[in-house]
Ligand binder design. Sequence first.
Ligand SMILES: O=C(O)CCC(=O)C(=O)O
Ligand SMILES: [Fe+2]
Length: 387
Amino acid sequence: MLKTASVEKDTLLEKSLIPIIDVSFGTDECLMKSVVNRVAVQLAKAMKEKGMAMLVNHGISEEKLKIAYHYFDDFCKLDEKTKELYLRKSENGNHGYVKPGQEKFDGKTKDIRHAFNICTLNAKLPDEPLPGFKEHIALLAKDFKNLTGLILQALAVALELPTNFFVEKHSHMLDIDNETTFRLLYYPPLIIDDEKNENFTKGSAKYCHQNTNFDETKLGSLNIKDENDIDETHINKSDVNKTFTRCGEHCDYGTFTLLVQDTEGGLEVKLPNSEKWQKVGHLGGAIFLNAGELLSIWTNGLYPALKHRVVIPENSVACTKGRHSIAYFVHPDNLTDIVPIDEPSPSASQEAINKKKTRKTSFKAARMKIYNAYQHVQKRLKETYAS
Ligand SMILES: O=C(O)CCC(=O)C(=O)O
Ligand SMILES: [Fe+2]
């Protein structure tokens, strides 16, 4: 059995049901090629059967991640007025701060978490109140971008396409004309109220100030120093995962997502062709990779998008600890046509289209769904932020 840092029992990691892929690569080109080929074989199996994998030896240092978590804690601690200056505004795209309760990933349940979407490093970032924020995020984002390059190559090799097939379609990540997003997340500790707490207002979530002093040596015990040090969110027992949740069920919209979490805290998935929610668990230092909707459309469902959510954990240790995560949502350049790979794109020559006429029915069906990457993500974002 795999030794994980899970406090939850019965996790997919514990049961060795999540493929673990070693992605260590150096700067040597020959070595890199052989790593791409090996990762391609493992990724093909993982994506087909599970829609997910855990990446290890990826080279992104724990230290860099921790500093990013701390920066985001400091951001969440700023007064409301300052935070408002950085709010995500739909009319300006996806960039910016998202307050707890502002998103409903499943369309009905409010997500209790702070999020900061970074779509480009040239957009407004809290460098003034938090000197060094931008510089640090830029370094970390570069690491995620490099790792993404390797995965995009491996995916192409896995699908017997030219190695740079996907790389070329993702040439503007974190730049203009591309919706790739680096997202900082903080899930506050939760106090589930049994209605005996007199500070508790029935049916509402109350946010206090942040606890930024997370201390790994306390893993497994409550991360609460004293009453004044808690960013506690009280919620009514009957509202748990009904009115409020940590992140409602959804599939990510793009090609794939890379996700790191500092601690367990309710991440669950539905394996392909299963309706059962299963706990992921926690493998310290690993990066969780999950397939998104565009990869699924591109591969005609061969690599299904992974349904996932973050629930309010039943386990009181997992529940009363704050949780940090960072998601790197990989998106193709906006004008990329999203057409199943074995179908000609609308911009392909008439000759190529004629060649495919024998498969009239399936092509017709695919054409009905043709849109570019930008149109797809905009449609999905509208659904997520509809109040
Ligand atoms: O924080 C997590 O573990 C998952 C977040 C997530 O799925 C999302 O923001 O799309
Ligand atoms: Fe997600």
